[in-house]
Design a protein around this ligand. Structure first.
Ligand code: ADP
Ligand code: MG
Length: 378
């Protein structure tokens, strides 16, 4: 993987940067600039060397169709940053042609053009023609085969930006943890977590499964799970994993009637989940058990909420977040809900590395690389 320091000359060069400007927007305004700030090191490196920087990003249409709010927010960090409400049309080409060394231009939301997610080759060629060099600086979409991820590198000399370089270094390191080590995987849907679980079981001394994912394991281990969310997938594989000594499953739970609030919930021992109750979080004994393992570990990895976080079942996720933060272990964490919990507690600085990837982090851990990373090597 080539990095920015491998680029010989940047002075006056048009550099097309795939960035992560997909930050939360409410009422037409950016509400959290964490990711925008993460894009700055690469942008500033390029500007200082006299490059003409062209920034591309996606934002999901559910949040906002346009990157205009991100442009407004970016002005705080780059006062003369420019924006064009176009992607590959004449307006975009004219704005690019008018750039001077050190200038920064943001193009419109890539997903306004369906060819981005369709990985259309012609769209990738049109995007590539705006620049002379391509820099990949978003990690969280590198598991997707989109035009700006795997298409553009076919047409331009391509490099990893500082953010992607750091993600790859940190997550590669997390695949070779210092013992004793603990991996914690939460969330839902066994089929999407199976590859990473299998990989982590080869690398980590203890692998804990929590969240809705754990319900499958608890059920197949012979425990009543009432009306809990259970994927019911790959039962034979789960039974096989249950035989692995490294696998750790919850020892208690917080249960509530389906759709019930945290206030209606109660702590239950594993055998004591009633037919009309759902397991919605790990229980306090499980949090204590994990805290103790983390305390005795040198490396800890964590992705995914351990309970139905957004509906108020936050005790397990927050308890484990605090325990890992205070463990003194080298800690690597990621995933949208996981980061939200850490930010809510204001303990972000206590983790060694916070990955910007959710699905991308899991896929990287499972495969050791991603399509968007491989594309930079060809
Ligand atoms: P997604 O890809 O949809 O984000 P994840 O695998 O990250 O899925 O799973 C996160 C989801 O799992 C969250 O919506 C969280 O509330 C839910 N979840 C976690 N534990 C439970 C549980 N015990 N019961 C129901 N939902 C749960
Ligand atoms: Mg998720």
């Amino acid at each position: 993987m080539r990095s920015l320091s491998d680029i010989q000359n940047l002075n006056g060069v048009r550099v097309l940067v795939r960035a992560a400007l997909n930050v939360p927007v409410a009422g037409g305004k950016v509400v959290n600039t964490f990711r925008l700030r993460g894009a700055l090191p690469t942008i500033n490196y390029l500007r200082e060397k006299g490059a003409k920087v062209i920034l591309m990003s996606h934002i999901s249409h559910k949040e906002t169709p346009s990157l205009a709010p991100m442009w407004e927010a970016m002005k705080e960090f780059i006062p003369n940053v420019q924006f064009v409400a176009d992607i590959v049309g004449d307006e975009a080409r004219n704005a690019v042609a008018a750039l001077a060394p050190g200038d920064v231009l943001i193009l419109e939301n890539l997903r306004q053009d369906a060819r981005e997610e369709g990985n259309d080759e012609e769209f990738a060629r049109e995007l590539a023609s705006l620049g002379e060099i391509f820099v990949q600086d978003t990690f969280d979409v590198c598991h997707r085969e989109h035009a700006s991820i795997v298409g553009i590198p076919k047409f331009l000399p391509s490099y990893a930006g500082l953010l992607v370089e750091k993600e790859v270094a940190e997550l590669s390191r997390a695949l070779a943890p210092v013992a004793p080590s603990l991996a914690v995987v939460g969330g839902a849907k066994f089929s999407t977590k199976e590859p990473v679980l299998k990989k982590l079981l080869t690398a980590y001394d203890r692998v804990f499964v929590g969240g809705a994912l754990a319900n499958d394991f608890l059920k197949l281990a012979g425990n009543p799970v009432g009306v809990s969310l259970v994927s019911g997938e790959h039962e034979e594989d789960i039974k096989e994993l249950l035989k692995n000594d490294r696998l750790v499953i919850p020892v208690d739970a917080i249960v509530a009637p389906k759709g019930g609030s945290r206030a209606e919930g109660r702590v239950a021992e594993l055998g004591d989940v009633k037919d009309d109750e759902a397991i919605l979080d790990i229980g306090p004994k499980t949090v204590e058990m994990l805290a103790e393992i983390a305390q005795n570990s040198k490396s800890v990895l964590w992705n995914g909420p351990l309970g139905n976080y957004e509906n108020g079942f936050t005790d397990g996720t927050e308890g484990v977040a605090r325990a890992i933060a205070g463990s003194g272990a080298h800690s690597v964490v990621g995933g949208g809900d996981t980061i939200a919990a850490i930010e809510h507690l204001g303990i972000g600085e206590q983790f060694s590395f916070i990955s910007t990837g959710g699905g991308a982090m899991l896929d990287f851990l499972a495969e050791g690389t991603l399509p968007g990373i491989e594309a930079l090597n060809s």
